[in-house]
Design a protein around this ligand. Sequence first.
Ligand SMILES: [Zn+2]
Ligand SMILES: [Zn+2]
Length: 245
Amino acid sequence: MAQAPLFSKIGRLAELAFFPSFCKICGRLLEKPGERILCRDCLERIELSRSPKCPFCGKLYEGAGESHACGACAASPPSFSRHRSAGRYRGVLKDVLLLLKYGKCRPLAPILGKAIHESLRRDGELWRDVDLIVPVPLYKKRRRERGFNQSADIARDIGRRTGIPVAHKVLQKIRSTPPQTSLERRDRIENVCGAYAVGRKRAVEGRIVLLVDDVYTTGSTLGECARVLRGAGVAEVRAVTVAQA
Ligand SMILES: [Zn+2]
Ligand SMILES: [Zn+2]
């Protein structure tokens, strides 16, 4: 028994010698116990936001001060009642998102699910009575090309952490759209208009749904998904994203 730690140490050294792995962000050799894909230092540099924000769309403000409604929400409230991001789209959080999405490094999804959960779990209004978690879907061709939907992977992880069921087929993307990143705000709203549909109305009628997406920019994707869900009889739509640009 006393030799077990020694053996595991030798095993770990042998593994390092024969299968060295390096942090996908900083390139450092992963040698500490439990380190996989990313080193512990990079993980600790993930920045979760505590900034003041718009209580509705969740837009984060720079600096200190009180949370207050943003101009857009004061003029016309979004079709979701509440949205929150774990942090800003920068630094390690952005690196992890890009590695998941374009590096197809799916084991990173739980790191982002954890970021959302840790940063937002104390927001009672966000989680109260949520019946279903629904990921923002990809169009089937895009999903096939990528092999997975990053938002669905993150949603699955949040479901595991909260015990809230995740519904993957409730919301569908029925039309391919050019990437939102290439468009201005007004074009983004037009771009996603009519691009989503509810596949299983009976599963969502009268329910409170929490939408999950990776990045929040102008909110037009979440706004359109929420509008379609509300049209299908959903009582209330809330939303979480990993990061906002
Ligand atoms: Zn690192
Ligand atoms: Zn707002």
